[in-house]
Design a protein around this ligand. Sequence first.
Ligand code: HEC
Ligand code: HEC
Ligand code: HEC
Ligand code: HEC
Length: 365
Amino acid sequence: MQGMGDDRTIKNRWLWQGMQRLGIEVLNVAEDDIAELQAQGIDLKGGDRFISANLVSAATGAPLLKPYVVKQIALKGSSQKYRLGFLGLSGRESFSKTDGSGYTWADPLASAKKWLPELRKECDFLIVLACLPAKDAVQLAVDNSTIDIIVTGFKHQMSGFPARINQSTLIYAEDEGKSLGELRFAVVRGQKVDVQPANHALTRNIKDEPEMAALIRQAKAAVSQEQRALVNHNAPVAASDASASLFATASRCAPCHTAAFDAWQKSQHAHAIEILKREKKEFDSACVGCHVTGNGRPGGFVNLNQTPQLANVQCEACHGSGTQHLEKPTEAGMAKLAADSCLACHTKSNSPEFEFAAYWAKIKH
Ligand code: HEC
Ligand code: HEC
Ligand code: HEC
Ligand code: HEC
């Protein structure tokens, strides 16, 4: 579930509807999920689809949910049923504390050791759903030789997956529904011989399922409206505060850097908020960050109602605050840009084709 931004509970309400429609059978409850699932009024203990081996009672250490579940499936071309065992683990790095309800997060690696032997006996294929930092997911594979598959994912972090470590295949569950993961099991005479993971990018070339597409359209319109209502509660920043901001805006740089300003105006950076408006995402806290200037920084972008002047990727999104330089251009120089300054926004998932030389050529100034 979405764990950040004022609008997270609004979005999660629709996300949950979509997940219901997909027919989620097993869900590893991780970190911020608990608070969000509870905010939706979902009974975590109802049914057996919510699992976690390291969400435990602070008093007794007993798991709050089932640590694992076993599901039966038939493989293609065989009538024999196989048992898939799923164990759930969550990292606790950024966990926003226990909420007074009496449970806490135990060490995920120790919890795995505790439950794996029991689960191994009950299943043919053992899959760990591991919402863990990459180094812990790797450690899990190194420490345990009974796991077939580790499906990992942690805060937009991707690194070198899929990989085979010890007896395990590690795969990365991509975020934001951008791709569909697939696991192919090869079995010969009842013996597992191979697991092949694949990620299928859900590009525009793949047709939407009509009912899901309708739900998404409905969700987008409703969420956008609620996000707008949410920021309307906040008054615009007064002009006097705006001029005291650390961010001067591009128009203030224009008189002295005419050529740079002209080049910038022709670039997509100067219009980066338009594309969000087209998607009705201009008030979405998960989107605006890279499409504006100084998001979340002191004196930076807050939202389109309060700080409309800081929309778009302006000069200071890259060069940093220019207010001191404006006053004394020759004394207060602008910081030299680090070579990787583009990568804060041009991440692998948001800009898969990014390559500095080719991209810089398009915005050179
Ligand atoms: C009053 C004129 C003036 C304004 C307004 C101005 N600059 Fe400059 N800028 C200069 C001058 C002059 C230099 C050259 C400084 C030097 O060589 O010592 C410069 C240099 C730079 C450099 C080159 C790096 C460096 O420090 O040598 C960058 C980047 C820059 N300015 C960005 C900006 C941005 C961004 C803004 C708007 C926030 C801005 N400037 C506004 C006059 C201005
Ligand atoms: C981590 C930074 C980042 C975040 C967060 C982000 N974007 Fe972007 N977005 C980019 C960058 C960088 C590009 C340019 C990609 C390119 O051309 O290589 C882009 C391009 C786009 C485009 C035009 C290209 C395309 O894919 O059609 C759209 C539309 C878009 N973003 C929408 C969104 C929406 C909607 C969200 C929120 C769900 C979002 N962005 C969140 C960085 C981001
Ligand atoms: C997408 C990031 C980005 C944006 C937006 C951007 N710049 Fe730059 N700018 C760079 C990079 C990268 C360089 C080249 C490396 C360097 O000199 O630090 C550069 C170089 C410059 C230079 C020349 C420095 C020199 O030594 O010659 C100036 C002046 C400048 N930018 C001003 C501006 C102004 C004014 C704007 C807005 C109208 C702007 N830039 C927008 C990234 C950006
Ligand atoms: C603050 C976030 C941010 C930073 C930093 C940033 N970009 Fe971007 N960039 C974006 C967004 C968002 C878009 C998409 C805008 C749109 O399509 O409307 C984009 C689009 C682009 C495009 C247009 C891509 C196309 O399809 O033509 C180029 C080129 C580009 N960026 C180059 C750079 C380079 C080079 C740097 C580093 C010097 C950089 N950007 C730094 C956010 C950023």
